[in-house]
Design a binder for this molecule. Structure first.
Ligand code: ADP
Ligand code: MG
Length: 777
């Protein structure tokens, strides 16, 4: 012990010398100068002494004030200065992997080190840390995983949970676990950081924990709503105050303000008004076919108009455009690149910022462009709080973000673009006033803003709880309901019950709510349980290759493109992939064609010819590799051989795998003369999304269709479906009971029940049992 103590002491002294040398070097001084200009730096001493005095500290401060990059650094520096460098161990969690990586890079840079020395990061399947790493940025998921093997987090001295205002599911979950841990580890320090001033809620959760506010400073931001923007373009939009309710019955009067001839027009909606002003372009992919998923699209013309206006007439400064997701960012980029000003690289640097960008793209975002070039960043809500781009002066806010929500009653998860909260609007607006007075353009009318919720509902209250329940079980945290009742805000009992019931139906939990072997394997796979099940099936039945493609394909946006003006051609191209009555198999066929073409370096041309998104194909390719190495890591696939593919071309097996994963997402096919309809157990009649290959058929040769997702927009729509035969459902879905008829089928309690003559039922039951044993063990 004495020797170890001596080594640690020596190492701590070394770290202390190193740190001092850097701080006194010219580069170190320049960086220190920048750092000390951040609001957080001015509170450094107060923060450190508050941490010393309290076990739990909650810190709030405006985005960009230096919480994420500075606070963990203060702690590390102060520990090093007190010659405890080698024994401190600081973990800072981030909700998103990209933030964990970019922040750790930044902090290492500010410390004059390479990443992986005293500062490192760890996200799923990727990391950079060394023996001497004492400050680790990781995703919340990584810390939760670590708790699996090390429930007391031995050796960890400080835990910093960042971005708690987002109220992500993982973060809320982590807080319950940490609350218990704090009692067992009185010397452990917990620091929670938030970009909004909702510290009270967290403080009372941690029994009146200390709070601190970093005073912020931002320049004023001039705010314009849609009506102001239209006015700028020469139109006036005035709501007729007789009728309320935006978008439905409100009548907008619109006057073209021509100085001499005053033309007045009445538009029945904002959409019409925009169209009359030639600012609406709803051709985002195909508005028609997407209309049930994108009830209100953003007008690309409007965005283009504002961007041009800024580029031509406004002072210098970068522009940040908040879009909904990766796909509309891409579509917008394509559109902007056809514009003479916006596509001119000597005037405009067009960048994207979303969670799957690579590190080069990421670095470009932070760099200042050359003189005379305006940086335009098209971003998802990732740029709202977790990534700060310094030189933004103009912000365009579409008012929406993709938000997953969940209908507990019908067990229906949905990922829909939804209006953001007022708090988010304020965050977005704030991004414009960081370096000088800014401008913010909200692409919706003020009355829409007025209808926004103040805060967003925490994820734990609006998301499916299945994965969370599995995690509770794998961390051996006792009864699911009891554990969740101790959350900051507990989910509804009904939602918890539904999740447990689902996990029992799919065989992840047994009757007593204990984790089965299948359940245990599913906790190792960081994806929805249904996708994890498909992968496991693919491994067992030796058809992993196509299943990897399907699971990867379900994680990206529709790879089949349907441009409005070439709809027929696109559909013809798609039909060559869709002979199987399956959207899942269509993806497999398209991917395999692309892969072949890639071998001859013709991938791009292949995509072009077949109306496929090359980017989606590349993402699918990368995800497949990721999933495969994950299966190898957890030992489900032998790391030396790839022997899981003997039956990869057996369509029956692939259909079975899809059914095995998606059940109880199933509906029956009812044929009429020249058409068919679909019925699920909970919703009655449902419709196929018009992009589905099955939507073009008049007959389905199988009696069942399994689906990945259903979304309720007026009617219930199914997305990504596969037709499956009776035998598959009999073997892998539903349950079998003995009755007096054959094949008589009942839908009970949301699940399928087959009634059969005893002899047949016995036979099926014994096959099912064997299959079950095989899969579950
Ligand atoms: P907060 O967590 O409070 O939102 P950060 O600590 O992330 O703030 O950022 C503080 C400041 O550091 C930002 O305003 C920005 O100026 C700067 N910064 C952060 N990350 C980078 C980076 N990767 N490159 C350049 N500057 C950065
Ligand atoms: Mg931050």
């Amino acid at each position: 012990r004495a020797v170890v103590g001596k080594i640690l002491c020596q190492r701590s002294l070394q770290m202390c010398d190193q740190q001092r040398a850097w701080q006194e070097s010219p580069e170190g001084r320049t960086i220190l100068e920048f750092r000390s200009s951040l609001p957080a730096y001015k509170e450094k001493e107060a923060i450190l002494s508050a941490i010393l005095r309290n076990q739990v500290l909650i810190i709030s401060g405006e985005t960009g004030c230096g919480k994420t990059t500075q606070l963990p650094q203060f702690i590390l520096e102060s520990e090093i200065e007190s010659v405890r460098g080698a024994v401190c161990n600081i973990i800072c969690t981030q909700p998103r992997r990209i933030a964990a990586i970019s922040v750790s890079e930044r902090v290492a840079f500010e410390r004059g080190e390479k990443l992986g020395e005293s500062v490192g990061y760890k996200v799923r399947l990727e990391g950079m840390r060394g023996r001497d790493t004492h400050l680790l940025f990781c995703t919340t998921g990584i810390l939760l995983r670590r708790l699996l093997d090390d429930r007391n987090l031995i050796g960890v001295t400080h835990i910093i949970v960042d971005e708690i205002h987002e109220r992500g599911m993982n973060e809320d979950f982590l807080l319950i676990v940490l609350k218990d841990l704090l009692a067992r580890r009185p010397e452990l320090k917990l620091i929670l950081m938030s970009a909004t001033l909702d510290a009270e809620l967290f403080s009372s959760y941690f029994n009146g924990a200390a709070t601190m506010k970093i005073p912020g400073f931002t320049y004023p931001v001039r705010t314009q709503f849609l009506e102001d923007i239209l006015e700028m373009s020469g139109y006036r939009l005035t709501p007729d105050n007789q009728i309320d309710d935006y978008g439905q019955e409100r009548i907008w009067k619109m006057n073209k303000q021509a100085p001499r001839k005053r033309k007045s027009q009445i538009a029945s909606s904002v959409e019409d008004a925009l169209r009359a002003a030639d600012l609406s372009d709803y051709s985002l992919q195909t508005r028609e076919s997407l209309s049930c998923w994108y009830p209100d699209c953003i007008g690309f013309n409007l965005i283009q108009y504002i961007l041009c206006n800024i580029c031509e007439h406004e002072r210098p400064g970068a522009i940040l455009v908040f879009m909904i997701g990766w796909d509309d960012i891409n579509a917008l980029k394509e559109k902007l690149l056809t514009h003479p000003v916006l596509s001119d690289p000597s005037r405009v640097l067009l960048l994207m910022c979303h969670s799957s960008m690579d590190s080069l793209e990421q670095r470009l975002i932070f760099e200042e462009p050359e003189d005379g070039v305006r940086k335009i960043v098209l971003a998802t809500n990732i740029a709202e709080t977790s990534i700060t781009i310094n030189d933004i002066v103009f912000v365009l806010d579409c008012g929406k973000a993709k938000k997953s929500s969940y209908d507990a009653l019908n067990n229906t998860p949905c990922l829909l673009p939804t209006w953001i909260s007022k708090v988010s609007v304020q965050q977005r607006r704030g991004r414009a006033g960081r370096v000088q007075p800014g401008e913010c353009y909200h692409l919706y009318p003020r009355c829409v803003y007025d209808s926004f919720a103040e805060h967003q509902l925490p994820e734990i209250l609006r998301m499916p709880l299945q994965s969370l329940c599995l995690q509770i079980k794998s961390l051996k945290l006792g009864s699911i309901s009891e554990f969740l009742s101790r959350a900051l805000q507990s989910p509804e009992i009904l939602a918890v019950q539904k999740a447990i019931e689902y996990l029992k139906t799919i065989g992840a939990l047994d009757e007593n709510e204990n984790l089965t072997i299948l359940g245990h394997n599913l906790t190792m796979l960081p994806m929805e349980p249904k996708l994890g099940k498909m992968l496991i099936f693919g491994v067992i039945f030796n058809c992993l290759d196509p299943i990897l493609t399907i699971v990867a394909g379900l994680s990206v946006r529709d790879p089949f493109l349907t441009p409005l003006d070439k709809k027929d051609l696109a559909e013809a191209a798609k039909s060559q992939f869709s002979q199987d009555y399956s959207d899942h198999l269509a993806i497999v066929r398209a991917y395999e064609g692309w892969k072949d073409a890639e071998k001859d370096l013709n991938g791009h041309e292949y995509c072009w010819k077949n109306f496929l998104s090359a980017q989606s194909m590349r993402v699918i390719d990368a995800l497949r590799m990721e999933f495969l190495s994950l299966l190898k890591d957890i030992g489900l696939v032998d790391s030396n051989t790839s022997s899981c593919n003997a039956w990869s071309y057996d369509m029956y097996l692939i259909r079975a795998a899809v059914c095995y994963g998606l059940y109880p997402g199933i509906c029956s096919v009812v044929h009429k003369d020249t058409s068919f309809s679909l019925k699920t157990m909970e919703d009655g009649q449902v419709l196929l999304h018009s992009n589905s290959v099955n939507a073009r058929e008049t007959r389905i040769p199988y009696p069942w269709v399994v689906f990945n997702e259903k979304i309720k927009v007026n009617s219930v729509f199914l997305r990504d479906s596969t037709a499956v035969p009776d035998s598959v459902v009999l073997l892998l879905g539903g349950s079998i009971s003995k009755g007096d008829t054959d094949g008589h089928l009942k839908m009970s309690g949301g699940y399928l029940e087959f009634f059969m003559k005893p002899a047949v039922a016995n036979m099926y039951q014994s096959i099912r049992k064997e299959l079950d044993n095989l899969i579950r063990s």
